[in-house]
Write a protein that binds this ligand. Structure first.
Ligand code: TYD
Length: 139
């Protein structure tokens, strides 16, 4: 079945709060539906810049605004939606087969990404036309 933007949901994460602040814990297969093999984070993003602009064939990701805020455009080849992330205790689940662009980064924003697989350039669809063909003919 083809994945859709409606499979990409904002998951509320836990938050343990006390006088000294908050802590949020993410555990693979417990509060997110995949095991985390890789973590990376985007930061020092100049105003007006966009990131992403690709899709993945197999990769699941959870994206968290660990600091600041940004928008994520999701596109399944038919439907699009824009999700704003601005709280460290919510994460956007992105399933395979979804084109994504991250933009509107606030000053100091940190985009924390948890990923289901190690880095593999062969898993990327970096051209929108290739993505469309993949959705139409492969997935
Ligand atoms: P890219 O995925 O294109 O970044 P973004 O989607 O945030 O714009 O990756 C940027 C560069 O970093 C590219 O040269 C590939 C490299 N990279 C790795 O080597 N390992 C990784 O896990 C990731 C995510 C990127």
């Amino acid at each position: 079945m083809k994945s859709s933007v409606y499979d990409c949901v904002v998951l509320p994460l836990n938050k343990i709060h006390n006088r000294a602040g908050n802590i949020t814990i993410v555990e693979g297969q417990k509060n997110i539906p995949f095991n985390v093999k890789r973590i990376y984070y985007l930061y020092d993003i100049p105003g007006g810049e966009a990131r992403g602009g690709h899709a993945h064939k197999e990769l699941y990701q959870l994206i968290v605004a660990a600091g600041g805020s940004f928008d994520v455009l999701l596109d399944d080849g038919i439907n699009k939606k824009i999700v704003t992330l601005n709280r460290p205790d919510y994460g956007l689940l992105i399933v395979p087969g979804i084109w994504r662009e991250l933009f509107e980064f606030s000053s100091g924003a940190v985009s924390l990404v948890m990923a289901s697989h190690k880095y593999d350039e062969n898993d990327y669809l970096r051209e929108y036309n290739d993505f469309k063909n993949y959705k139409d003919e492969v997935e």
